[in-house]
Ligand binder design. Sequence first.
Ligand code: NI
Length: 168
Amino acid sequence: MSDLVRFGIAVDADLLERFDERIGEKGYANRSEAIRDLIRADLLERSDDPQAPATGTLTLVYDHHVRELTDKLTDMQHDLGHHVISTLHVHLDHDHCLEVVVLRGPAGVIEQAAQRIVATKGVIHGRLTLTGVLAPDHAHDPAHHHEHGPHTHTHAHGRSSSSGRRSR
Ligand code: NI
């Protein structure tokens, strides 16, 4: 068994009060136990293979009044280039923005990028959800529909809508 280490955490009184309520509801005996579980859960979220193709959604809530934060977040996404598929921005209220960033690429790249973004000062909440289902270069590739060659299309009669493509 490894040694126990004690460390201090500085946290908002209000935030801590809510956390205590929450862990009370969950039945934790103390904060240490609850925080250990949070740490374990976080470590488990890493993917096994950093090279595996992954698609992920990164959900962020941030305070857009924090100096240069909006620019910084935009810059980080530009640096990721084609790994950023799409971004949805919602102005939550006067102070806060919600952003959902859809990322695609090797799991390791996606995870590191998400961590950098979430760790940026002013980002209040951030969570990456990875899905490993889509292989980026094969799924939903429009060229896939034509791989049988042009002759398959000659069987289509009448309207062009009946040729080749199926609806889902
Ligand atoms: Ni906004």
